[in-house]
Design a protein. Sequence first.
Length: 320
Amino acid sequence: MKILTIQNRIGIGDMVIFLPFIEAVAKKFSTPVYLLTKESSKASQILKSNKNIKEIIILDRNNNKNGYHDGLTGSLNLIKQLKAYNFDKIFIFNSSLRYNLIARFALIKSIYQYPLFRKKNQHIISAAQNFLQSNLEIKVDSNPKILVDDKESKLVQSKYNILNNQKKILLGIGGSGPTKRIPPEIFLKFMDECSNKYDCKFFLATGKNEEEQKILKKILDSKFKTQCIALDELKLSETLPVIKNCNIAICNDSSFSHLSAAVGIPTIVLMADTPLLYGSYSPQMHPILPDGEKTVTHDTLGKDKINPKKIFEKFQNIIN
């Protein structure tokens, strides 16, 4: 039996969130599934050890509308591509009529999909849970898990001279938007508190965006430089074994908060400007809100009100 799943959201965090639901389909039918997803989800890197995924098919759509699967011609390209696989079933994790029609023209017999035209205000997790509950009668918890090869993890220990008596801390200092990026001064104040009490090694995770690099430089130019290792030159597949070696992660609401929690590392998520759900859906996540806020959502704009003392207090509670 050949089963295709479609997860067409753009982000790495989205891919992590949907992972347990995609795996649940594979487990239900006792066969690895095919996954259609965008390159930007980095599924090929973060799921390379996942035995529930048979093959990753890249959905080539972009903001410029010139991808291989964009527009009417792109739909025809995708139909032809999927038809060649002779899929028996398809699970579409969205409410788009486009993918429903593509599945029909690709001659896939059994089509399972969210209710059509229900995208507005759709809850990213409960929609997936209700979808599988109603169609397959299975209950799926929101607790994504990414496997990391033990050999790769041990090689990292040697490469970065990771010692057992150190506190190994991932700092996810980047973020996809400026309102998500906590100022470097806040991280530095936490690092100061932490280093006064513990022998710490800090792994700095961020992207190549110019503003993210400025935050990275500010931290590397500080007195903590010798305690820091920057990870921005590594692929995600190379970063995951590093994360696995950490005791704890402290991250902006970014891809690294999702990845560290999925790897099984307790993750303090600094929530400044996105719905609280994205920093609390996993049992490994421990959100911190801006001072004075009882919850967060879009336009909270609270990055300057994240309290480093609260970060340190939560850090101590977790590691002790």
